[in-house]
Design a protein around this ligand. Structure first.
Ligand code: ZN
Length: 181
């Protein structure tokens, strides 16, 4: 069983309450029976072509795994469940996900970016307008996406939806729609 612990330092009472609820949701979702199954069975399709012109033949192939990484689904899953992130001081693999969040003002109100986590830093930043607009479930999905970055997985762009942070973030949100409607 995975435990999610939220560092309350620097948070006001309302923000802390919302974030704590989101962390409870992450814990519920990740510990559900279907989470591991959905991660292990995730696949995406690629189109491969051989030959040229009228000899060109294309076919689609199903790949079990996530884009932007060569790690197997089993390794990705065990890395996420271990609670070990790239930014922690020691090799912590205690099954505890430590989450630290800062809610910050948004300077570019037209930007679609919800927040960010800088490589090597354990604190995740969420922009205030997005933080306020998100439901607790959306926030859980977003924090989990950022957490997966901290575990060491990335995406090539915001449209790399089969990458571990996006795909597993959405797996969690979909599970929450079912178990915490
Ligand atoms: Zn991301």
């Amino acid at each position: 069983m995975v435990k999610v612990i939220l560092d309350l330092k620097g948070l006001n009472a309302d923000d802390a309450l919302k974030l704590q609820d989101a962390c409870v949701l992450i814990e519920k979702g990740v510990n559900s029976n279907i989470f591991s199954e959905k991660v292990k069975n995730f696949s995406y399709t690629i189109t491969k072509c051989t030959g040229y012109f009228r000899w060109k033949k294309c076919y689609t192939e199903k790949v079990n795994g996530f884009t932007s990484t060569n790690d197997s689904v089993d390794l990705i899953l065990s890395n996420i469940l271990s609670g070990k992130t790239q930014d922690e001081l020691g090799p912590v693999s205690d099954g505890v996900m430590n989450i630290r969040v800062g809610v910050i003002p948004k300077t570019n109100r037209f930007s679609k970016v919800i927040g960010y986590t800088s490589p090597g830093e354990s604190k995740t930043y969420v922009y205030r307008p997005n933080f306020n607009a998100m439901t607790n479930k959306d926030l859980a999905g977003h924090l989990f996406h950022e957490y997966i970055h901290r575990v060491g997985y990335d995406h090539s762009s915001a449209s790399d939806l089969n990458s571990a942070p996006y795909a597993i973030g959405y797996i969690l949100e979909n599970i929450l729609e079912v178990i915490a409607p």
